[in-house]
Design a protein around this ligand. Structure first.
Ligand SMILES: C[S@@+](CC[C@H](N)C(=O)[O-])C[C@H]1O[C@@H](n2cnc3c(N)ncnc32)[C@H](O)[C@@H]1O
Length: 213
């Protein structure tokens, strides 16, 4: 799996296809966050969410984690240009979570935006377990991703979109997932209970605020 090739086109493509809906979905619960001490933003890509979380929280340790060198460089340059005063609060980790361990532990916030959908079932299960082990006791998990939900017509629409997107990302990034696996039950098994959720793009995407209890 490698997002280097598609990294420069990610934002323009997203805006053409979904306008601002993905960013609204990513940032849905930013204003609901309590004071935090250590955040992991995993599979964060080009850093658009990272910029917002740095603006909206004063957390002293924000760990950006991604396996794509190009994505990481784009995120670094975004923060350097648009919020240089926050650079001292961010660590950038080039890290492939399918193979590597989390860079640190005791995270009180985990963010996975449009990240868990790239994995097949065994890797998804293993990666989520690895992330869970790096969390603090009452950690929060912000999740945003596509979904198949609603009535028959809405589900057919979602399935058609997902088929197109998975074909595209298989070609350009060699993603391993053959189709979308909804991780809700997996997160619940690990004690991350759903506190709030919201839908975007007429039900095609879902943002969740979960908390470990
Ligand atoms: C679909 S993109 C989503 C990017 C961003 N979070 C967003 O909301 O647009 C998936 C991201 O996860 C990263 N990624 C894929 N597999 C990974 C892995 N095993 N470990 C860490 N990052 C990974 C990719 O490099 C890419 O930046």
């Amino acid at each position: 799996m490698n997002f280097n090739r598609v990294a420069p086109y990610f934002e323009p493509l997203e805006k053409i296809v979904f306008r601002n809906q993905m960013q609204l979905c990513r940032t849905a619960y930013l204003s609901d966050l309590p004071s935090l001490t250590k955040i992991a933003v995993i599979g964060e890509g080009d850093g658009r969410f990272l910029l917002e979380i740095l603006k909206q929280t004063q957390c002293p340790k924000v760990h950006y984690i991604d396996s794509s060198k190009v994505m990481l460089e784009m995120a670094q340059s975004r923060i350097r240009q648009q919020l240089p005063e926050a650079l001292s609060r961010v660590h950038f980790y080039l890290c492939d979570l399918a193979n590597d361990d989390m860079p640190d532990d005791q995270y009180d916030l985990i963010v996975t935006n449009f990240f868990l959908d790239v994995f097949n079932e065994p890797t998804l299960t293993a990666t989520v377990s690895k992330i869970v082990r790096s969390c603090s006791k009452n950690a929060i998990w912000l999740y945003a991703d596509f979904q198949v939900a609603g009535g028959k017509l809405m589900q057919l629409r979602a399935l058609a979109w997902l088929k197109t997107m998975y074909l595209f990302f298989k070609l350009v990034a060699r993603i391993q997932a053959p189709t979308l696996i909804d991780p809700a039950s997996l997160l619940e098994t690990h004690g991350f209970q759903l506190i709030n959720q919201a839908e975007f793009a007429r039900g095609l995407m879902r943002a969740e605020f979960r908390k470990r209890v």
